[in-house]
Structures are given as structure tokens and as C-alpha cells.
Design a protein around this ligand. Structure first.
Ligand code: URA
Ligand code: SF4
Length: 213
């Protein structure tokens, strides 16, 4: 069951000391949401309030994230919310490359695998770079890209939109487009699945018949 895997990963995160960020944290923030969520949102790392509570996006940018989700017709309980690094970097500095590498290999990628979402929304450039390296967020935000059968939707970080008001309409428009993007992802996955009326030629049919194809 993927919910058990998600719980096990969260347990490991809470006691993790694999990178230097462990030393400065109050609580690690594994992430939360339904184990069968169709959408994962990935932020950068815990801030002050997240570090104290052990939960993602509970500070000011979290309140804004709730507003943004509402614009997409979504509630927090509909999505899984995670971060690139699970422990707060000192003074909210950028996570270092080895911290990102260690944490994502051990936790984030396993969370994604267990949840198997159709859509991954990256919030900010660190998160985007995991899936779309070398891209520029201001150029590609809001544009879904297929990466290994999932749609990656790069978005600005909510904190960046809060602190730079001119970015607000951009991130709001991107969230409003999310239902249509999810519908596209679902349609594409349905089309890729073998339909019951036309089985894929791999099961019960005799080999001679298969060879005609
Ligand atoms: N910013 C993030 O990137 N993640 C959080 O969990 C909170 C704020
Ligand atoms: Fe472990 Fe990630 Fe925290 Fe580093 S940031 S200590 S790898 S959970």
C-alpha cells in the first residue's frame, strides 16, 4: 500500500541525519497529503514556521498557497505537498547541491514513486531544476512538460509572488490553468492504457496470431 510506504518514508525523514541540515533543524518536514494524490506540489524547503511545526507550507506562503489552490478548485487535502529538502537551511539560505542530492535521492523521489501522481507542480527554481534542468522559470512558468509519463508544471514560488506583487497575476493564472492541465494528463494516461475492448497483444492470444503484427 502506498500510504504505508509514505508513512515509512516520513518516519525515516523525521530521524534523518544524512546531511548537514539535520544539525540546524527543530523538526524535519516530510510532507503531507493523500498517498493517492493526482497532484504533488514541491516547494524548496521548510521555513521558520514549518521547522517549528514539522508541516509544509504553514507560514505566510502557505496561506497564499491555500488561496492559490482554491483558484484551481482544489483544497489542501486534495494534493500532496512536499519539499526538495526536508530540513530548514540555516537563515533560510539556499540548499547546497549535495544537500539537494542526498535528500531527493533518499526521500522526494521515493515519495513521487509511491504516490505516482499524474501532475507535479514545482514551486520555485530549485524544485523546477530537478525535472527541467537549465530552464528559466520566468520563461516557462505555467507550461506543462511531459517528463517520464508525468506532466511537470513549473510555477513561481508563492513567496516570490508575495514579495514581488507584479508576479502575483502570473502565479494566479498558472494555478487557474491547473484543472485543464490535470484533465489533459488524465486523458493522456487513459489513452495510453489498453482498453478492455482492444487488448494489447501480450496475453492470451496464440503466438501465430501475434506474429501477424
Ligand atoms: N516554502 C517552501 O518552499 N516550503 C515550505 O514548506 C514552506 C515555505
Ligand atoms: Fe536528511 Fe533531508 Fe534533512 Fe538532510 S535535509 S537531514 S537528507 S531529511
Amino acid at each position: 500500500m502506498s500510504s504505508e510506504i509514505i508513512q515509512l518514508i516520513a518516519q525515516d525523514v523525521r530521524s534523518c541525519t544524512l546531511c548537514g541540515l539535520a544539525a540546524g533543524r527543530t523538526r524535519a518536514v516530510p510532507g503531507e497529503g493523500p498517498a493517492d494524490a493526482k497532484i504533488i506540489l514541491i516547494g524548496e524547503g521548510p521555513g521558520y514556521h514549518e521547522d517549528r511545526q514539522g508541516r509544509p507550507f504553514v507560514g505566510q506562503s502557505g496561506q497564499f498557497l491555500d488561496d492559490l489552490l482554491a483558484m484551481a478548485g482544489l483544497a489542501r487535502a486534495d494534493v500532496f505537498i512536499a519539499n526538495v529538502v526536508k530540513c530548514r537551511p540555516p537563515q533560510n539560505r539556499d540548499p547546497l547541491p549535495d544537500e539537494v542530492a542526498i535528500c531527493t535521492e533518499n526521500y522526494l523521489y521515493r515519495q513521487i514513486e509511491a504516490i505516482n501522481p499524474q501532475v507535479i507542480v514545482t514551486l520555485g527554481r530549485f524544485s523546477m531544476s530537478l525535472f527541467l534542468p537549465g530552464e528559466r522559470i520566468m520563461r516557462i512558468h505555467g507550461q506543462p512538460r511531459k517528463v517520464e509519463s508525468r506532466l511537470i508544471v513549473p510555477m513561481l514560488h508563492p513567496a516570490a509572488a508575495l514579495h514581488q506583487p507584479q508576479n502575483r497575476p502570473l502565479i494566479e493564472a498558472d494555478f487557474r490553468s491547473l484543472p485543464a492541465i490535470l484533465a489533459r494528463a488524465e486523458a493522456e494516461q487513459a489513452a495510453a492504457r489498453p482498453s478492455p475492448a482492444r487488448p494489447m497483444p501480450d496475453d492470451d492470444r496464440p503466438l501465430e496470431q501475434l506474429s501477424m503484427f
